[in-house]
Design a protein around this ligand. Structure first.
Ligand SMILES: [Mn+2]
Length: 470
């Protein structure tokens, strides 16, 4: 891993950026997830500082059609953040006469990119899936242009956590960013319970929903969680209200940590639940923007509710926008509840194929396409689903394509979901597959819907039969 080479490359890119004509409007395109929103926020901050104007779009995927549309636009400068490296050749083909800047951490396409300012850790043997996020790449670049950007390092940490790059600490590049954030007083790392929702959810709910790590007898059971709290001597309520983790005093916190570890004694690393917790100390207490993990969830929700701009505003610290972003988090949760209700009501209809070993759900326009994967994940965690069951969920996008997501039930399943969904899409023309081992997805032209379901049926049946034999 050539960290020095990467840094030098970043400085070169900054140098070239400084030579751009400040009177040109920059066209900025970023990815829809938390990291992409964080990345674009940092870029916007820099463009503001440099007195440059911009026009921004946030997209789920940099599909060919998106690039085709961009090619028709009058802009001279195009900046891509948290995406673009995988589309180098098509970008060159369509936007070849424009100035292109790409700041990404996804595996790049293996083509020459001389005319493109392309910054990607993979070019220096640095693993972009673990070592640095899209927001992190943008952070190093913006800091090289303007040292003052160091004050916004915490935004890059939110991006890295959104992309699940934290594993009870960070590796080199992300760690450097974290140190900058701490130095400027915008982030605090404390030792505590590494479970989601400490600032915002009742303690018993946090425990009930805690799947990583798993707490035997508590995870998945509300009554189990309440009983557990009573057993270890914690009153789950204060007055008429449920207590949150942030309400616990030191003694209660100690009881809770010990209690969870005791419950987990039979598991691999019973103490895994303790460790680094990342706090944004300048954010209000009990707000979903105080805990970095919750903040990244907030950004994700904004993106999925088609309100990425609110997420950007929240990153940039605009108080009013932050309130609206939190509002869309609530709407997002409502959409998820609606999706679950739809599934429960329709699970025996023709829209759901339920077989031994797999479930195929075609929600069409009944659920938000951006939460099809989330619905699949929730179903995969429900108690009445056997471990190893595949869940394929589909919903219609507005542009004549269908978004499909593949998940599998049970923790530690040794499966490669990306390979599985690819084996389906490879047999159908015009389909694109993506994702990784534990969560994968595909885009299918609407006219191939039935063909996709038929082949998915075949392949998932075959895989589940093979796994039953093992
Ligand atoms: Mn990313």
């Amino acid at each position: 891993m050539d960290f020095d080479g990467f840094k030098k490359h970043v400085r070169d890119a900054a140098e070239k950026f400084s030579q751009l004509d400040k009177n040109e409007v920059v066209r900025l395109i970023s990815h829809l997830d938390a990291d992409g929103i964080a990345a674009s926020s940092l870029m916007i901050k820099l463009l503001n500082k440099e007195n440059m104007k911009y026009s921004i779009s946030i997209v789920t995927q940099l599909k060919k059609e998106v690039i085709d549309t961009l090619a028709l636009e009058p802009y001279k400068y195009f900046i891509f953040t948290d995406l673009g490296s995988g589309q180098l050749s098509y970008l060159k083909e369509k936007l070849g006469d424009k100035k292109i800047l790409i700041f990404d951490h996804h595996e790049p396409e293996a083509v020459e990119s001389q005319n493109i300012i392309h910054v990607n850790p993979h070019m220096f043997g640095i693993d972009g899936s673990r070592e640095i996020s899209g927001a992190g790449v943008v952070y190093f670049f913006t800091k090289a242009v303007n040292q003052d950007m160091e004050k916004f390092a915490h935004i890059a940490v939110i991006g890295a956590i959104g992309d699940v790059q934290e594993d009870n600490g960070f590796s080199k590049l992300n760690d450097e960013i974290l140190k900058d954030a701490v130095k400027h007083g915008n982030m605090k790392v404390i030792q505590g319970l590494r479970i989601f929702g400490a600032q915002t959810r009742p303690v018993h709910k946090v425990l009930e929903y805690c799947t990583t790590p798993y707490i035997p007898g508590v995870t998945g059971s509300e009554s189990g969680a309440i009983q557990f709290l009573q057993q270890i001597g914690i009153n789950p309520k204060r007055g008429t209200e449920w207590k949150k983790i942030v309400h616990l005093d030191q003694e209660e916190m100690q009881k809770l940590c010990t209690g969870i570890i005791m419950k987990r004694l039979g598991e691999k690393n019973p103490e895994e639940i303790l460790g680094n917790v990342y706090i944004l100390p300048n954010e209000e207490k009990e707000s979903p923007t105080r805990d970095v993990k919750e903040f990244s969830t907030l950004l994700n929700a904004c993106g999925r509710m088609n309100k990425a701009s609110l997420g950007i505003g929240a990153c940039l610290g605009d108080t009013k926008t932050k309130k609206r972003a939190i509002q869309s988090l609530l709407e997002y949760k409502k959409e998820i509840v609606n999706a679950i209700k739809w599934y429960e009501k329709n699970q025996n209809s023709k829209d759901v194929i339920k077989k031994d070993g797999y479930i195929i759900i075609n929600a069409r326009d009944k659920i938000l396409p951006t939460i099809a994967g989330t619905l699949g994940s929730i179903i995969s965690r429900s108690n009445d689903i056997k471990d190893g069951t595949y869940i394929l969920s589909m919903a219609d996008l507005l542009d004549g394509t269908i978004k499909a997501s593949l998940r599998v039930a049970g923790l530690n399943q040794e499966v490669d979901l990306r390979a599985t969904i690819k084996s389906i899409t490879d047999r159908i023309e015009g389909c694109e597959a993506g994702g990784h081992m534990h969560a994968a997805g595909a885009m299918i032209p609407v006219e191939k819907e039935q063909e996709f379901i038929k082949i998915a049926n075949e392949i998932l049946r075959k895989i589940s039969l093979e796994e039953n034999v093992k």
